[in-house]
Design a protein around this ligand. Structure first.
Ligand SMILES: NC(=O)c1ccc[n+]([C@@H]2O[C@H](COP(=O)([O-])OP(=O)(O)OC[C@H]3O[C@@H](n4cnc5c(N)ncnc54)[C@H](OP(=O)(O)O)[C@@H]3O)[C@@H](O)[C@H]2O)c1
Length: 297
């Protein structure tokens, strides 16, 4: 028996999950496995069959689903979808806490936070930074921001997603701001990785031949990221060993090699255009960290 008066004990109370895509299913599975009465809802029926066998109650409507639990987690494609669901749930919002773990822009997070608060619901906004396979394990990483009181009330329950979420402050858009900044790195890197595999293949290199070298290049990034970040924080770009002019020449070679094999070179041209803008502004001898200024308005 769990003593609900003990703040150190994860409270066992109802959790609803709206959106049972790969991430929503993983989250609902983690809550039911942790012993929370769990309710699920999805636009397309049938995705909850396996969860239902594991004890998740499937609600008929969004409003019923939100009314069933203290906390409702939203995990859908974007905020257009999330806002539609909240609109349908409006009558059930007073007394409920919405934890929106859908990824979108910081501005949309702030707008949704205001709307939910105006409809007498509690609101936290968040982002999941790790894949579905980590959910329910300590490898999961969840960022949240918004009402500090709501976070204190629900942090132990939310910890069932994996580890306790990282709270980033009262601005509901702050978790989304971290999310877009981090995914900026992730998706431009993955775009580079797929292009690298295509370029290698076009040159007769098998994917498995390239793999150890791809992993090697990824491995040199952490100290470079640290150096670039320190330079940006200190506004120090002039005393490096690798110049923007040199990087620009490398990008030109990769783009030319891509064109030689008929490959799309759009991403490289975009990266090169920024380097050229910095060189034209007289920063060709500076470190790549200078590009943070070049990209800014
Ligand atoms: N998958 C991952 O590894 C991962 C990792 C980190 C973060 N995330 C984030 O988690 C969120 C959910 O991702 P996901 O992987 O589960 O897949 P997703 O494709 O981003 O979302 C699928 C879910 O959104 C629902 N949906 C889409 N449009 C809708 C609408 N207009 N009204 C109601 N529901 C709608 C789908 O319902 P239907 O089934 O009816 O289509 C489904 O439940 C996203 O914000 C994603 O960025 C995912």
């Amino acid at each position: 028996v769990i003593d609900m008066s003990d703040a150190r004990t994860p409270a066992r109370r109802g959790v609803t999950v709206l959106g049972l895509g790969p991430m929503g299913r993983a989250i609902a599975g983690a809550f039911t496995a942790a012993g929370h009465p769990t309710t699920g809802w999805n636009r397309t029926t049938g995705k909850a069959d396996d969860l239902a066998r594991r004890g998740v109650r499937v609600a008929a409507t969004v409003a019923d689903a939100v009314a069933a639990s203290t906390i409702t987690i939203i995990s859908v494609l974007d905020y257009a979808a999330a806002d539609e669901l909240l609109d349908a749930a409006a009558p059930s919002l007073p007394g409920a806490t919405i934890v929106n773990l859908t990824s979108d822009t910081p501005e949309r997070s702030r707008r949704t936070a205001t709307w939910v608060t105006e409809h007498d619901g509690g609101y936290l906004d968040g982002a999941i930074m790790t894949p579905t396979s980590t959910i329910g394990t300590p490898a999961a990483s969840v960022l949240v921001s918004g009402s500090a009181a709501e976070f204190q009330r629900h942090r132990l329950t939310l910890a069932c997603i994996g580890t306790e979420p990282t709270y980033l402050g009262g601005d509901a858009g702050r978790a989304a701001a971290f999310d877009v900044a981090l995914l900026d790195l992730f998706w431009t890197t993955m775009s580079g990785a797929t292009h690298a595999l295509a370029l290698a293949q076009a040159e007769g290199i098998e994917p498995h031949e390239l793999l150890p070298h791809l992993v090697g290049i990824a491995g040199i990034l952490p100290p470079i990221l640290t150096d670039v970040t320190e330079r940006v924080a200190e506004g120090r770009h002039a005393d490096g060993t690798s110049s923007i002019r040199s990087a620009s020449a490398a990008m030109t070679h990769i783009a030319a090699a891509s064109r030689d094999r008929g490959l799309d070179d759009g991403v490289l041209r975009a990266a090169w255009a920024l380097a050229k803008k910095a060189i034209d502004a007289g920063h060709g001898d500076d470190e790549i960290s200078r590009l943070v200024e070049t990209v800014s308005p």
